[in-house]
Write a protein of this length. Structure first.
Length: 404
């Protein structure tokens, strides 16, 4: 039997826009559909608006997601930045804040800033904390996404085994989801630009190198949540450069932003981007070479998964075409033409906002999943958060709709 949560999915994915379409699509009776739809409206998940084109008679009203009543707070943490956003339930940002911050300051300092920044976003938009129905955090390391625990990251000393949700739960008694940053960025890119493709690989090249894989619309995490961890594949064992992981010849020690910065006598991957933009010929040549080196590895990934899209994200995506050109050269010359004939190799369309958007989508998909919606509806109007914190408290429409 299709529950109200399932009916919501049909409205979300555009399969059905009216009560009549729901009846025709599901085969459920008019009274059952009316019951499901009315409960979704009462709980503020959907609203009826406008009119659909009709062949005469009273025009039916259109059912649409009510994205404005529930809010999501997300934090995108990188090796050298922290970016927070308040979004609606369509992952549209209402307010954002971004600062340069070293994640190696440790979890207490960084998450304390995140908590304060979350509150500033709510204050700026005049929205109450009670409207927040989910929180998401993405990090540059492997995480156990079910427990929200950091498993390992060479970029995040002091964060191993840290439970991210614990620091935020005293403020927000809602689902708190934690994800690897490349996974989040991959989902953000897929969701905003490439929903027609069944397989997408995103490679993030900033201080380090990570990849995220989207298969059939979902993040592919692997057996141990370590899928996509290609930065420490040892490509040249005879190389004398020591990687952040302690090995020699890792692709990260040859082609990451950190490796390029070291080679060029710079401090960070951002400095490398500045040199390339200034037209420095050595920086441009080294950037293209790094792209070719990483491309050798990506040719294997492309041959294995046959993605429709390969997205370059992170600081190196901002070097214009230079890093991307190197990747293209290696991927096309080292893969079967049959595998790559329809492959698009592109830079991130969301840029520095890919992590924020992707993490908001992760929270949105969780909160609006049939299971979470049905649990929230079963908990009744007095407690829309539900027993596991799913859903959100039923609130009146906001009197302010401030955006920033
Ligand atoms: Zn390494």
């Amino acid at each position: 039997m299709l529950t109200a949560g399932h009916i919501l999915q049909l409205i979300r994915d555009g399969s059905c826009r009216t009560r009549k379409e729901l009846i025709d699509h599901t085969g459920l009776s008019r009274s059952t559909i009316t019951d499901r739809v009315d409960r979704l409206i009462e709980a503020g998940y959907i609203h009826e608006s406008g009119v659909a084109s009709s062949g005469g008679g009273r025009p039916p009203s259109v059912l649409d997601i009510d994205a404005a009543n529930r809010l999501v707070l997300v934090a995108d943490l990188g090796a050298g930045h922290a970016h927070v956003a308040l979004t609606d339930l369509a992952a549209r940002p209402l307010a954002e804040e971004r600062v340069e911050m070293r994640i190696e300051l440790g979890p207490e300092a960084v998450l304390s800033w995140v908590r304060q920044a979350f509150q500033r976003l709510l204050d700026r938009t005049g929205r109450p904390r009670s409207q927040v129905c989910g929180v998401g955090v993405d990090l540059p390391g492997s995480v156990d996404h079910t427990s929200g625990k950091v498993i390992r990251s060479f970029l995040m000393p002091g964060w191993d085994d840290h439970l991210i949700g614990e620091a935020l739960r005293s403020d927000y008694d809602v689902p708190i989801l934690v994800e690897n940053d490349a996974n989040a960025m991959a989902l953000g890119e897929w969701w905003s630009s490439w929903r027609r493709t069944r397989a997408l690989i995103l490679v993030k090249v900033s201080t380090g190198i990570g990849t995220g894989v989207i298969l059939d619309g979902g993040i592919y995490r692997g057996a141990e949540e370590a899928a996509g961890n290609i930065g420490h594949v040892r490509l040249r064992e005879s190389d004398d450069r020591v990687c952040t992981c302690g090995s020699r010849g890792c692709v990260a020690s040859l082609a990451s932003g950190h490796a390029l910065a070291t080679d060029l006598g710079q401090r960070s991957s951002r400095d490398v981007v500045r040199l390339v933009h200034a037209g420095d010929p050595t920086a441009i040549a080294r950037t293209q070479e790094a792209g070719r080196t990483l491309g050798i590895l990506l040719a294997t990934a492309v041959s294995l998964l046959n993605p429709g899209v390969l997205v370059l994200a992170g600081d190196m995506a901002e070097t214009g075409e230079h890093y991307l050109t190197g990747i293209r050269e290696s991927v096309y010359s080292r893969s079967l033409p049959y595998t790559t004939r329809n492959l698009e190799i592109a830079t991130s369309s969301l840029g520095s906002r890919a992590g924020i958007v992707g993490t908001a989508v992760i929270v949105m998909e969780h909160v609006l999943s049939p299971e979470a919606v049905d649990a929230a509806l079963a908990a009744g109007p007095q407690s829309r958060r539900g027993p596991s914190g799913a859903g959100a408290r039923l609130t009146a429409r906001p009197t302010t709709d401030a955006t920033a």
